[in-house]
Write a new protein. Sequence first.
Length: 189
Amino acid sequence: MEISRTLFIPVILGTARMGRMSLHAARLVTEELSKRNGVETDLIDIAKLPLPTNDAGEAIKDLDFSSKISNADAVVIVSPEYNHGYPGLLKHVLDSCLKEYIHKAVGIVGVSAGPFGGVRVIQNLLPVMRELGLVTIFWDVNFSNVQKTFSAKGDLLDESYIRRIDKFLKELIWMAKTLRHGREQISLD
Ligand SMILES: Cc1cc2nc3c(=O)[nH]c(=O)nc-3n(C[C@H](O)[C@H](O)[C@H](O)COP(=O)(O)O)c2cc1C
């Protein structure tokens, strides 16, 4: 059946900062995604993408990143909040693709040291998602006070996040299936 075909939903870790706590959040979401039947995932670490910084946009496309996004039905972006915005490197990476994103679902996970769980970075990412052709869902995950949410080793200290991630992923998977159906079955003309 169409609806039970495997979905590919990679997780993009949106910072290259040494000692980044967002790594723990990205690993957790990837692990929860990988437990779901019918979903394949992959953790894309932007620190490992060899993108030059003396040019921008599709001119610096990385073939591996581009092919993962092309094959994706949805993506999860895990972004820390840096001065209420997103890391410049995350934007640089996202800008390197365009048609690869169109009519695919995106869910955003905000990570912050402060109490608001990255709500401001999520709000700032929304217009970028729209311009890329991604379709946002109406759930986010907000890791607030992240230093208290994970141990230094990366163990989750607050189990309530599992329930929140579950709700978020259910919605993302629904949107991913719906949009795949649309991409494959419904013409724009
Ligand atoms: C340049 C910079 C700006 C930051 N700005 C904010 C901020 O606006 N709000 C906030 O709650 N935390 C802010 N933080 C703290 C991060 O949210 C914190 O480091 C958290 O662990 C997530 O980022 P990380 O994945 O880099 O660790 C900032 C950190 C850096 C490095």
